[in-house]
Design a protein around this ligand. Sequence first.
Ligand SMILES: *Cc1c(COP(=O)(O)O)cnc(C)c1O
Length: 356
Amino acid sequence: MTTPRVELRLDAIEGNTRTLVDRLAPRGIRVTAVTKATCGSPGVARAFLRGGAVGIADSRVENLSRLRDAGVGSPLTLLRSSLGRARQVVERADVSLNSEAVVLRALSDAARSAAGSHGVIVMVELGDLREGVPVEHVGELARLADRLPALDLIGLGTNLACQCGVVPDQQKMDQLSALVDAVEAETGTALSVVSGGNSANLEWALSTPDVGRVDELRLGEALLLGTEPLHRAPIPGLRTDACTLVADVIEVQDKPAQPWGAVAQAAHGPAAPRPGSGTVRQAVVALGRQDTDPEGLTPATGLTILGASSDHLVLDASHHSLAVGDEVTFAMGYGALVRAMTSPYVEAVLIGDPDG
Ligand SMILES: *Cc1c(COP(=O)(O)O)cnc(C)c1O
């Protein structure tokens, strides 16, 4: 098989989805699964849906097109708003997340000329300072979405722990629930989606005695990596080996632990100091910053990452036997996964794909 490659184990992704769907269902919360870290992989989307996700969401129209073209038939949600591509949004997404009146008007016009309708979730700013309207303007924007001819106001949502790491806690979620009640009272429209947040909401959602009106989470990282983003801790019962990165060894040599000669900057800025003294058995892997985020990689036990440039990753292999031509497998954090999936040099290999 070619290297470098991301291996996506679909049985593990399906199993992680099923486990969280089953834990959240008794609390009245559905899972919309997020494919953006896999660039809208249809195989991954199908694994999410087999695991019980009620729909698929992605942040890019291109990825939604990829899913629709591959025949993924579930509801599709665009995770951000787009003014310039309103036409494509209404053609490709059933629902989008919105926070601007001008975008709502464009979506309504586009949906009307396509003789269709488009679902709107109004995003509320609750302190993480990414997307969302201030609480005091939620009613106004929701009324507009409700009034515009080709739009369906289907719900409210919020997104925390993405930009500033603000924790989705009981107080924030209670605030969202109260807004839902207020908007329903003002518009006379029942909201069918209260989208509490992303994988960072799991800690709250699985422990709170009161979910309030929250009835949906948008989950990516937890399903793919088995981790929660607040502390980057593994979630008990989930597999953390669903997505791995494999690359091959292109040099193994015994070398001094420390560089010699006058030292200035390295290719990507000042080099991190290398540990130790004496001699190390150094392995070079054909993988670099153009393929992934080396800081987000964890190699097998016995291997330590010493540094990386655009296309070479250097390992201390003194405690792990490696030979030229061997493949090395790395666990990935969220950033490393996103970069690897987006790199044109890295192939995505679906393992256990019933369709392929
Ligand atoms: C990326 C994203 C998600 C999914 O986040 P994870 O941490 O991967 O679960 C949910 N909602 C929005 C708006 C997003 O942009």
